[in-house]
Design a protein. Structure first.
Length: 201
């Protein structure tokens, strides 16, 4: 998982591939699109192109900006500008996808909770994808708030997910690569600082 074995170079390449396909994706109806890559990571599978996947990468690259080279910073700035331009030109399509994706990712976590009831040990082995879903949902929620969109539906789903997460997990060490810790403060992204509760094993 890229967040466990984090690479700034990979993050930049994935974000660039997403930005390059962003306008076509925003104009379409699907939530999970495809982005191609011809760079050094082209032999590995690219993550799905979604607004959440892109915004998550842009946000954390900005948070880690002082670790980027000047050339990487320029690349990031160009990607941020392209994202803003696409949003401005296709704002209705763009904004509609924010909520659709957030709800989709949060509801997808229900399968994890159902499986935990039958096999509590999955809390250790299968949590990483759920932490990513929850993180992307947060980024989408924050973007919606920034754009002054209604967030009640998303916040209700988030509250339900968080209640279930707290039943299974307690405070613990950061679960992703240490290089990302500066981009994800514990008070805001608490679900990235957890471990399974001992009495649930």
């Amino acid at each position: 998982m890229a967040e466990v074995n984090y690479s700034v170079e990979r993050d930049l390449e994935e974000a660039q591939a997403m930005v390059d396909s962003l306008e076509r994706y925003v104009r379409g109806n699907e939530i999970y699109g495809r982005a191609g890559s011809g760079g050094m990571f082209s032999m590995t599978q690219m993550p799905s192109l979604t607004l959440g996947a892109l915004l998550m990468r842009l946000r954390r690259l900005q948070a880690l900006r002082n670790t980027l080279t000047s050339e990487q910073q320029l690349q990031l700035d160009r990607m941020l500008t392209t994202n803003e331009d696409v949003h401005r030109e296709w704002h209705e399509h763009y904004q509609a996808k924010l909520e659709r994706e957030a709800i989709s990712r949060l509801k997808a976590m229900s399968i994890f909770f159902e499986e935990l009831r039958d096999n509590p040990k999955m809390a250790t082995s299968s949590y990483q994808p759920e932490a990513l879903r929850r993180t992307i949902a947060q980024v989408l929620h924050d973007e919606m708030k920034k754009l002054d969109l209604h967030v009640e539906h998303v916040e209700n789903e988030m509250a339900a997910v968080d209640s279930r997460l707290r039943r299974w997990f307690s405070k613990g060490p950061f679960i992703w690569a240490s290089a990302l810790e500066a981009a994800y403060p514990a008070d805001e992204y608490w679900w990235l600082y957890v471990q399974p509760k001992a009495d649930r094993k």
